[in-house]
Design a protein around this ligand. Structure first.
Ligand code: ATP
Ligand code: MG
Length: 422
């Protein structure tokens, strides 16, 4: 990752207003701060600052997936219709978010909305016996979904990145052990990106193969889901499974649940043998018989996570990135109002350049506002972009041999000795 950047070189600019048709707070802030560019409703490009944050989120998820034995691959977005016909999901009535396209010779293809079918089919080439199991494969890959409503900014896109992991196991016990590990890895992810306190493991319907699946729901008014939160146990139940049986299973009473708006930032599913049956993915067990592979799927939308962070970690001035996902760790601002005069060195610039060079040498990710702009512009841009720590070098601060340090989140200001920068 590139560690250094001078703001005078950054081609993106902040803007006062988001496009008129943009109704979501996350997209408004991210567009104004120059993180994303709106192409169409539900379709956004990621600009240099936005991509840095996205890559931080992706990096955290990747570490957690590798830690539980995930192996990264990358499947294609163009998908074979015949594979989808086998699972019965090619029909637009069954899967209502399809984008489909056609080859010049008339062959129909699907633009991947998800990858269970394709990966199950691919695994038939590699999974033969119990010795080949378990296997855990994941990817960060673009999904296409013709979402009807796209009013939640980057939290609901028609083209978006998804981390999707699929587990292939010999039996229920092996599957369940991994499912629990994945659940913990998800808890780690949300904690590390800074939304752990507001994210609830939420019981939802498990389909045919297990009683429950689990959604990871983050409380925010911007969410499209309604969940029922048990604050004491730090769990929640979603609308579709809120009934007496579930309450009994979880040992909770309806009176203790509070209805809250939330966004689903991830989910984990037991797929059982649904896809292995449909696509005939079997393995030869120790006893010599053929058995269907037991599968699970585990999704996270890194862009939706980024949008959720923007919703939660922001104020009326702009974004407030948690350190772990901030595009840069430090924002250095030089407030030099001296026009270059021949023979006279600009002391503010000199001190700021030196501090910048020291951070770069230490490998700190730093954005250096070296632009010829007013203090007001620089401060409001800095507040909007939301880098956690800001250093300000001005004539006033250097007169005392100091620079000002401000914490974006707490607003706390401290003076730091110039000689302290090593
Ligand atoms: P939702 O109910 O919100 O549409 P989903 O059940 O369709 O979500 P999955 O298909 O399981 O979601 O996708 C896995 C993850 O991908 C979700 O938990 C979410 O984080 C993310 N995701 C799903 N749809 C979108 C989208 N349209 N834009 C951005 N991220 C998405
Ligand atoms: Mg959906």
């Amino acid at each position: 990752m590139i560690r250094l950047m001078k703001q005078s070189h950054l081609f993106t600019k902040t803007r006062r207003e988001a496009p008129k048709d943009e109704v979501s707070k996350n997209a408004q802030l991210l567009i104004r701060a120059g993180f994303i560019h709106k192409e169409m409703a539900g379709i956004y490009s990621f600009l240099p600052l936005g991509l840095r944050t996205m890559n931080k989120i992706v990096g955290i998820i990747r570490e957690e997936m590798n830690a539980i034995g995930g192996q990264e691959l990358s499947l294609t977005a163009l998908q074979d219709k015949h594979i989808w016909e086998k699972s019965g999901r090619w029909s637009d009535e069954v899967l209502d978010v399809w984008f489909k396209t056609t080859l010049k010779n008339g062959t129909e293809l699907g633009l991947g909305t998800t990858h269970e079918e394709q990966l199950t089919n691919l695994m038939k080439d590699y999974i033969r016996s119990y010795r080949d199991l378990p296997a855990y494969a994941y990817q960060f890959q673009t999904k296409f979904r013709n979402e009807t409503r796209a009013k939640s900014g980057i939290m609901r896109c028609r083209e978006f990145l998804m981390k999707d992991l699929y587990s292939f196991s010999k039996n229920e016990a092996e599957h369940s052990a991994f499912y629990e590990k994945a659940k913990q890895a998800y808890v780690n992810v949300y904690k590390r990106v800074g939304i752990g306190d507001l994210t609830y493991i939420t019981f939802s319907s498990g389909g045919t193969f297990s009683k429950y699946s689990h959604e990871f729901q983050t409380l925010t008014e911007a969410g499209e889901d309604m969940i029922y939160v048990h604050e004491g146990k730090k769990i929640a139940v979603n609308k579709e499974v809120l009934n007496d049986e579930v309450l009994k299973d979880l040992g909770i009473s309806r009176a203790d649940l509070i209805e809250k708006k939330a966004v689903e930032v991830g989910n984990i599913f037991n797929l059982g043998t649904k896809f292995s049956d449909a696509l005939e993915l079997v393995f030869k067990d120790v006893d010599g018989t053929n058995k269907p592979v037991i599968m699970g799927s585990y999704g996270i939308g890194p862009g939706r996570v980024m949008g959720t962070i923007a919703e939660i970690c922001s104020d009326d001035k702009g974004l407030i990135w948690p350190e772990s996902v901030a595009p840069f760790a430090v924002h250095l601002i030089a407030l030099s109002n001296k026009k270059a005069v021949e023979g006279v060195e600009d002391q503010v610039k000199k001190v700021a350049d030196e501090i910048y060079a020291k951070f770069v040498k230490r490998g700190v990710e730093i954005l250096y506002d070296d632009r010829d702009a007013t203090a007001g512009e620089k401060f409001s841009d800095s507040d909007l972009i939301g880098i956690p720590i800001r250093y300000v070098v001005s004539e006033k601060t250097i007169a005392n041999g100091e620079v000002e340090m401000k914490d974006r989140k707490t607003g706390k200001v401290e003076m730091v000795n110039i000689s302290d920068f090593k």
